[in-house]
Design a protein around this ligand. Structure first.
Ligand code: ZN
Length: 325
């Protein structure tokens, strides 16, 4: 669930060297060396609640299985988790530090792809809820008026019936950051030092983000990362859809996805299903369901990796206006 993620702005330090701008990290050199998996919520923050589970539990189980599957399917790819236990990242005591910690882990790992796993919910109670409806009217004697004007009157009073409304919404959706919210992404890109070398030589000239070189470099990557995020996100949703899940497609959002903006790499947030629907919650808690969700993401990763590393243009087939807002 995204709502719980909002609030807290992730500040970043800008730190990269001119030499890495000139020589390092051409956007053309694309390899999927490191994938960062981010199990949503954790510790103090349970996320959304279903009837039998909380979001933080389900996202952790699916994330750990996804990590194992990546190691099996892509042995050359390194997997880094933002958390592997039910705890806030670095035992943070507030959401800001927790989200900042996640972005920092991803950036320090020099991730090539950031996958945040979440579960969805509607605003209604998990499972279902009672509502009232009018099923008829009956004559009812009532007093109207006040004091000496008070008199009896027959009125037509509605008759109500309670009925159960099942929480039926099911399905998946994948978020990417909004293209016009790229400034923070640019900061994160520069923070990450795309050259892949540690910046330890103090004799190297450090640049701040206001320099034209830094902005130019960041813009190049922003475009590439946005394209790759959209490409992978669309592949994930295609994969869910072809496996028979209801897919709500790829969506852009500017609220509640600070963690995506603060990572200097292509980043997606996958809502793997609704905990507010009884059957989907059971599916997401089952071995079978978790295995299928993981396999769907692996299928998408395989296509993404092939396209990225196979020399095929990574410009997404997905036209901009097909991305649902
Ligand atoms: Zn969530």
């Amino acid at each position: 669930m995204l709502r719980a993620l909002s609030g807290g702005i992730i500040s970043t330090f800008i730190f990269f060297t001119f030499s890495s701008f000139i020589t390092g990290g051409s956007p053309a050199a694309q390899k999927l060396r490191t994938i960062v998996i981010d199990p949503g919520h954790g510790g103090l923050y349970p996320g959304t609640r279903g009837l039998i589970s909380t979001e933080k539990e389900v996202t952790l189980e699916i994330s750990l299985k996804l990590g194992e599957a990546i190691k099996t399917n892509f042995p050359d790819t390194r997997v880094v988790f933002t958390r592997t236990t039910d705890a806030c990242v670095d035992n943070a005591t507030n959401l800001h530090d927790d989200l900042h910690g996640r972005a920092q882990i991803a950036n320090q790992a020099k991730g090539d792809l950031f996958i945040s796993i979440h579960c969805n919910s509607t605003r209604q109670p998990a499972g279902g809820y009672y509502e009232k409806r009018v099923i008829g009217h009956k004559k009812k004697l009532m007093y109207v008026g006040k004091g000496s004007r008070k008199r009896k009157k027959w009125v037509n009073a509605p008759v109500y019936e309670s009925y159960w409304v099942k929480n039926t919404r099911v399905g998946t959706e994948t978020y990417i950051w909004k293209a016009d919210r790229n400034t923070k992404k640019g900061d994160a890109i520069n923070e990450r030092d795309e050259s892949g070398e540690d910046i330890t030589d103090s004799s190297e000239e450090a640049f701040d983000l206001s320099s034209p070189e830094a902005r130019m470099r960041a813009q190049l990557y922003e475009k590439k990362y946005f394209d790759n995020s959209a490409l992978f996100a669309s592949m994930v949703e295609e994969s869910f859809a072809s496996a028979g899940r209801q897919s709500y497609g790829v969506k852009q959002r500017d609220v509640g996805i600070q963690v995506l903006q603060a990572t200097g790499m292509p980043s997606v947030l996958i809502e793997v299903g609704f905990l507010s629907n009884k059957e989907e919650e059971e599916y997401l808690n089952s071995n079978k369901g978790q295995g299928e969700v993981v396999q769907d993401i692996i299928d998408a990763l395989e296509r993404y990796k092939n396209q990225l590393e196979g020399g095929v243009s990574s410009t997404p087939a997905l036209p901009e206006d097909s991305i649902r807002k």
